[in-house]
Design a protein around this ligand. Structure first.
Ligand code: KG4
Ligand code: ZN
Length: 423
């Protein structure tokens, strides 16, 4: 297949407006940090021209979780056709691109390396800039990308962002500065298309499992397929959420370093999550109520179906299992909700966003939306397609970096434990 430019857009908007040359504004994003190979073309961080995701769920489902070696092999197999499809769907040739953006971490080392090596070669061969994007920043930009064009208007910073997925449960305080004059406040903040350089503070994290991991482990325990989050989401409305009382212990910050108060320039207070306790509580409930044999039978019955649907799973669940599922989800969402809104209050944020795979959860969306409305706090979620891993969010997060000329060098490497922002 030949990648020849079919059309070149005239320089528009920000790229021309800030004197950065006559860019097309097209950024190709590539994402391969876990079990999705994805590529997308996004223009100026706000217009998605294509968004292709090749999911490996079928490959990993039979193992009940992501197998890193298989993930790398699948990425190798998928990367070329996925990038081609993204360019084709966008009607954009490689030469039209302004830059190539790629996830550099966090994630599985071998998986990340596939995307990074491919993006590097492409950037080198085309003589285009390469932009490294933190996967977690990508999840935040999934919301900002859609919000940039939303009729509802934009989310006012400072924003509290809850990133809640299979691998992460983090709270970030996100704000932007004028990327052309980083020392100055963003006086152009309200101007559509104005350059924004985002910065983050990590103000919350999990001390053990991620919330999505708890969904996946509990689902597996109950004989439901991988990944378990969507199954629990679909089954929960069929049980009584108050039937099993789960309690979350408050996780205390380790006594240690003494910091000055936030008012005196010290770090903001940390919100700590913990989801391994509820997973153990579900396991204990399953054992004491003798639910293991029915879970094993359910697992076999669903595995025998070519394409099991939520209706099949409901039919295979007794009332007690449905109560357990509903109560588990209610408790996890309640914990995420109370800690997020407590942090939002103490940090005096002006808006809220929730993103990552677990942000697809319906009970989470309903309860967060209601609580935000009660507090008069604007809130946004990504569309379902952009909740889970994708490359549109990577291309969108790269745009402010492109404007600020934050390019990666040829030594760019995978950073499996890359962090976002300082604490
Ligand atoms: O963001 P993502 O695609 O990958 C990571 O970066 O981890 O998130 C995947 C996670 C899985 O744990 C999956 O079970 C969970 O998101 N998930 C959900 C729902 N959809 C996906 N959890 C709860 N409810 C859902 N509807
Ligand atoms: Zn993710």
């Amino acid at each position: 297949m030949e990648y020849v430019s079919s059309h070149v857009e005239p320089a528009t908007g920000l790229a021309s407006g800030v004197g950065l040359g006559s860019g097309s504004g097209f950024i190709l994003g590539i994402e391969s940090s876990c079990d999705e190979t994805a590529a997308a073309v996004v223009r100026e961080g706000r217009e998605t021209l294509s968004n292709i995701v090749a999911s490996q769920i079928a490959t990993h489902a039979k193992f009940g979780g992501v197998v890193p070696e298989l993930a790398s092999r699948e990425h190798l197999r998928n990367i070329v056709p996925v990038v081609r499809a993204a360019l084709d769907q966008a009607g954009v040739g490689l030469r039209d691109l302004d830059a190539i953006a790629v996830t550099s971490g966090p994630g599985l080392a071998g998986a990340l390396l596939v995307g990074i090596s491919y993006a590097k070669s492409l950037a080198y061969a085309l003589g285009k800039p390469l932009i490294a994007v933190n996967h977690l920043e990508g999840h935040i930009h999934a919301v900002l990308l859609e919000n940039a064009t939303a009729e509802m208007g934009s989310l006012e910073p400072p924003i509290l962002a809850l990133v809640v997925s299979g691998g992460h449960t983090n709270l970030y305080l996100a704000d932007y500065v004028n990327s052309l004059n980083p020392g100055k406040p963003a006086e152009n903040a309200g101007v559509p298309g104005a350059p924004r350089s985002w910065h983050y503070r990590n103000v919350g994290k999990t001390v053990d499992d991620a919330a999505g991991e708890a969904f996946d482990k509990v689902a597996k325990l109950l004989g439901l397929p991988y990944p378990g989050g969507p199954w629990i989401d679909a089954l929960a409305p069929h049980g009584d959420p108050k039937a099993v009382p789960f309690a979350f212990a408050q996780v205390k910050n380790k006594a240690g370093k003494k910091h000055p108060s936030p008012e005196a320039g010290g770090p903001p207070p940390q919100t700590l999550f913990s989801f391994s306790g509820i997973k153990t509580a579900v396991l204990r409930y399953v054992e004491t109520h003798d639910l293991k044999p029915s879970a094993a039978a359910r697992q076999r019955a669903l595995a025998a179906l070519p394409a099991p649907k939520s209706g099949d799973a409901i039919a295979l669940c007794d009332a007690q299992t449905l109560e357990l599922i509903a109560s588990f989800q209610h408790a996890v969402v309640g914990d995420l909700l109370s800690k997020t809104f407590r942090a939002a209050g103490s940090l005096h944020v002006r808006s809220l966003l929730v993103t990552g795979g677990v942000a697809a959860n319906r009970e989470l969306r309903t309860r967060f939306t209601a609580e935000a409305a009660a507090r008069n706090l604007p809130i946004a979620f990504p569309s379902l397609a952009l909740s889970t891993d994708n490359a549109a969010m990577i291309a969108a997060a790269a745009w402010p970096k492109f404007v600020a000329r934050e390019f990666a060098g040829p030594s760019l490497n995978a950073d499996p434990s890359l962090r976002l922002g300082r604490e």
